[in-house]
Design a protein around this ligand. Structure first.
Ligand code: BES
Ligand code: ZN
Length: 601
């Protein structure tokens, strides 16, 4: 729960005079599932309808309602359950989900895949792909699917024919590449899923998946109604198709295997993706990251990407944000709620694989025409401009997770692979060091990167081994939520001239943080030449330039010492939590402290 957004627990138990809110603003509620039925009954008694919960977990449900109805909810809770403080309101669904889903660490512990470090170092190849992404191509695919296949329901013949059409399209795109196969994945109903496999060169057993759903639905007449599904989800399939097209066009050869998927039967309960994810799980396929593109073409909001925070992987979501910052600077990402199992990412998450889903808007601002005859390209202005951003994000996702290179470019090191013991590339990525109790790069190189090890704070988010400070000497504040409130997510130190870290060299620190405020949040940076017995030298205090995920940097000169460290102290200096001076270990409830240990030549 954040400090200002969530107005905490509703304590208006005794009063009956609830003022009506001036505007019909909507809020998100978390409440105990045991309260749902009694409250629904009470609402019915007053001629009101209680919305179905969009998410339930651990006995807590999330639902949306008009702010003016919060009063009735409070009344109902009181009358029916004799309870005063049984629910919490939130300004956004994301915040409500964060409240329910705060235990990100346990989510990653369930992963069946071996974890890789999500990092960004493949710019020449990514940019080569991005330069080729064409709106006209994406528009063409959306147009074909939504005008030639106007009913892609999972168990009708036209739905099956759409699969064959897409299979042929992908075969045409990939003709001439013997390292790519295109196949139907048949199911127990008529429509098949379609899978194109681009074989990895050096780590073929590690798999990156990018997909969308091929089926559509007209909710009032599923089997014979018109269901163009131009946005839901011809747009996602067209974006995936465009990533495949530019990969072939640029002669991209990944180190890991890449699978492009168009799922059958999503609209009837994620059937196709569930079948595929479960079959991969039972045969032990090591999927290291999944990107789901479902609804990419409707510009429903001022921001560019709504990043689904429920039933997705926090570390992969951080990578998505970093990909946007790096390759599409200026575009904006906000956390969005989706609802329990709203699209195929949930099938992968349930099978234990890390998945992310960026989409076009937020739940309340998404395309209002989906699931009916009017989900057309025309309704979206006759353009696929909005999907270009998603195809570019998809291409950057593939080339940074699967690495390798486009023709004429040099592949970067591929790190962290479960099948790549000691293989190239992990030299500069830190691993947790049980002696120092912080991430450490044990070999001197031009840089040292914490990778995903610091992502989060205290028990919030995926950060393991907290507090990740030397000797565990500085604990973190435990208030708030992961990526609702402050965290230091990543630290990197590198020489400015690209040579090996050595005394006297100028080095740059890059600190990626999640900022709550540009004015109240402050990052203090320190260094020490001796990580075993640290005496910290202050470098400076820095303010984040934006809220959300943002990177701050500073330079300093390396002192003498073989094993050195940097300390980042991120503090909230706000109304109820005052930390006005720089400190190596501030004590605020939202403060995060992280160290990075590195070897100097
Ligand atoms: N594209 C929608 C899901 C969606 C809705 C994504 C809003 C993002 C924002 C998807 O095709 C769909 O309708 N899913 C179903 C769930 C499924 C399990 C039947 C839904 O949300 O009702
Ligand atoms: Zn959909």
């Amino acid at each position: 729960m954040s400090r200002l957004g969530s107005v905490a627990v509703w304590l208006a138990c005794a009063t009956s005079a609830f003022a009506k809110a001036p505007q019909e603003k909507e809020v998100w509620i978390t409440l105990g599932t045991d309260a749902l039925e009694p409250v629904r009954g009470a609402f019915q008694g007053q001629g009101l309808t209680l919305a179905a919960p969009t998410f339930q977990k651990g006995g807590v449900a999330v639902l949306r309602m008009r702010e003016s109805q919060v009063a009735q909810l409070a009344r109902a809770m009181h009358d029916k359950l004799n309870r005063c403080a049984g629910f919490v309101t939130h300004d956004s669904q994301a915040e409500a989900f964060a409240a329910v889903e705060s235990d990100g660490a346990s989510q990653s512990a369930q992963l069946v895949a071996s974890l890789i470090t999500y990092d960004i170092n493949n710019a020449p190849s990514v940019n080569a792909l991005l330069d080729e992404v064409q709106e006209t191509e994406i528009r063409g695919t959306i147009n074909s699917l939504s005008t030639n296949w106007t009913n892609r329901y999972y168990d009708v013949q036209s739905g099956a024919d759409a699969s064959t059409w897409l299979e042929n399209k992908w075969k045409t795109i990939t003709a001439g590449r013997s390292d790519i196969t295109v196949e139907l994945f048949p199911h127990s109903w008529k429509q098949s899923s379609v899978i194109a496999t681009l074989q990895g060169t050096t780590l073929p057993d590690e798999v990156v998946v990018i997909g969308g759903h091929l089926d559509s639905i007209n909710l009032s007449d599923p089997t014979t109604g018109t269901a163009p599904g131009a946005d839901d989800d011809a747009s996602g399939v067209a974006s995936v198709t465009e990533v495949l097209r530019v990969a072939v066009l640029k002669g991209y050869r990944p180190a890991r295997t890449v699978k492009f998927m168009a799922y059958a039967g999503e609209e009837v309960g994620l059937l196709g993706s569930k079948a595929i994810a479960n079959s991969f799980k039972s045969s032990g396929v090591n999927v290291v990251g999944v990107l789901q593109l479902d609804m990419t073409n409707y510009k429903g909001n001022t921001f560019d990407f709504g990043l689904v925070v429920d039933r997705t992987n926090a570390a992969l979501n951080t990578q998505i944000r970093n990909l946007v910052t790096t390759y599409q600077p200026g575009l904006t990402v906000v956390s969005a709620g989706c609802g329990y199992a709203c699209s195929d990412h949930a099938s992968w998450t349930s099978a234990g694989y890390p998945a992310s889903m960026p989409f076009e808007a937020s739940l309340s601002t998404m395309n209002p025409k989906i699931h009916g005859a009017e989900d057309t390209l025309a309704f979206m202005g006759g353009t696929a401009a909005n999907s270009v951003k998603f195809a570019k994000l998809g291409a950057s996702f593939v080339a940074e997770l699967a690495k390798g290179a486009t023709e004429g470019n040099t592949p970067p090191p591929t790190n962290g692979g479960g099948e790549d013991p000691g293989g190239g590339g992990s030299l500069n990525t830190a691993v947790f060091d049980a002696t120092y109790k912080a991430p450490r790069c044990a070999t001197a190189g031009p840089d040292c990167d914490s990778g995903a090890l610091l992502d989060g704070r205290a028990g919030l988010g995926p950060e393991l081994n907290t507090p990740n400070t030397l000797n565990a000497g500085c604990a973190d504040g435990t208030s708030g939520s992961y990526h609702g409130d402050e965290s230091i997510d990543r630290l990197e130190v590198s020489t400015t001239d690209g040579t090996t870290l050595a005394a006297g060299k100028t080095v740059k620190i890059e600190a990626t943080v999640y900022a709550y405020s540009t004015s109240a949040d402050k990052l203090d940076l320190y260094y020490t030449g001796d990580a075993a017995s640290p005496s910290w030298t202050f470098i400076g205090t820095y303010s984040p330039s934006s809220t959300g995920t943002t990177t701050l940097s500073a330079t300093y000169t390396l002192p003498a010492g073989g094993v050195q460290a940097i300390r980042a102290n991120f503090r909230y200096n706000g109304s109820n939590d005052t930390n006005s001076t720089a400190s190596i270990c501030s004590s605020g409830a939202y403060d995060d402290h992280d160290d990075l240990v590195f070897t100097v030549q």
